[in-house]
Ligand binder design. Structure first.
Ligand SMILES: [Zn+2]
Ligand SMILES: [Zn+2]
Length: 242
C-alpha cells in the first residue's frame, strides 16, 4: 500500500465525532481532522497577499506591501524560496503535531496545501524531496510525516517524489537536555547526505516538510542537494512558525 493510500485509509479510520485538539468541542466532520469547524473558521491560511519575506516566507504583516520585503534573517539560507500553506498556530499546529503520531491529513489541510503549493510554484519542479528522518526516528515512528505530505502533493501536482536520495545520517533530538540552540545547529549542519547524486544533479527540487521554523534544517538540506548539483532548491511546508 502506498503512502497516499495510507493517508486515505487512516482518514476513514479516524472516529467522529471526536474532541477538538484546540478547544475541546466536538469535531463533527472528517474533513476538519483534529480541529472543529469553529476553530478552522477562526484560522486563516496564507492568501499570498499578506506581507511576508520574499525569500523565507516569514509573515511580516497583514496588509499588502507594494515592495518586495526581506526579513534578512534568512539571507545566508541555501534554498531559493520557502512557502507554506498557513501560519503555525491553532488547528494547523494541532494537525502538524498530530501528524507525527497519526499518518492523517485532513482534507481541509490538503486542499489549502494544494492551492498554496500550486500558487507558489507555478513553474513546477522536477522532484519533491521530503526532509528525511534519521533511521532511528523512522523506525520509532514507522513513517516520515514529510514523505506523506510529499506523496500527496506529488499526486496532486504530478511532480515526481524522491524519498531515497536525501538521507539524514545524524539523529538530532529536538529537545535534548543540555543541548542549546547552537549545539543543535552544529549537529544539524552535517546531518544530511545525498546518496544518489546522479538523480539530483541538474534538477529543480522542492523540499517538503511539515513545519518551517528557523529554516536552518531546510537550508542544510538545500546545501547538501546543491552540493550534489541540484539546479535549484525551494521549500514548501504545511505551516510556518513565526
Ligand atoms: Zn475547536
Ligand atoms: Zn526571510
Amino acid at each position: 500500500m502506498g503512502l497516499a493510500a495510507t493517508i486515505a485509509d487512516s482518514l476513514l479510520a479516524v472516529a467522529f465525532p471526536r474532541e477538538c485538539r484546540c478547544c475541546g468541542n466536538q469535531v463533527e466532520r472528517k474533513a476538519d481532522g483534529v480541529a472543529c469547524e469553529a476553530c478552522w473558521s477562526g484560522y486563516r491560511f496564507f492568501t499570498g497577499r499578506e506581507t511576508a519575506c520574499a525569500k523565507c516566507g516569514l509573515f511580516l504583516g497583514e496588509s499588502e506591501s507594494m515592495f518586495e520585503t526581506f526579513c534578512r534573517k534568512c539571507d545566508d539560507h541555501a534554498y531559493g524560496i520557502a512557502r507554506s500553506a498557513g501560519p503555525y498556530r491553532g488547528p494547523a499546529a494541532a494537525e502538524v503535531i498530530s501528524l507525527k503520531t497519526n499518518p492523517f491529513l485532513s482534507s481541509r489541510m490538503q486542499d489549502a496545501a494544494r492551492v498554496a503549493f500550486s500558487d507558489s510554484f507555478r513553474d513546477g519542479a522536477d522532484l519533491l524531496v521530503p526532509v528525511p528522518l534519521s533511521r532511528k526516528r523512522f523506525v520509532e515512528r514507522g513513517y516520515n510525516q514529510a514523505a506523506l505530505i510529499a506523496e500527496f502533493l506529488g499526486r496532486s501536482s504530478g511532480v515526481a517524489v524522491d524519498e531515497a536520495s536525501l538521507q539524514r545520517v545524524v539523529d538530532t533530538p529536538h529537545h535534548r537536555a543540555g543541548m542549546d540552540r547552537k549545539a543543535r545547529d552544529l549537529s544539524v549542519r552535517n546531518a544530511f547526505k545525498v546518496v544518489r547524486p546522479k538523480l539530483i544533479a541538474g534538477k529543480s527540487i522542492i523540499l517538503i516538510d511539515d513545519v518551517l521554523t528557523s529554516g536552518s534544517t531546510a537550508s542544510y538540506c538545500a546545501k547538501a542537494l546543491k552540493k550534489s548539483g541540484a539546479a535549484r532548491v525551494d521549500v514548501f511546508t504545511l505551516a510556518r512558525a513565526a
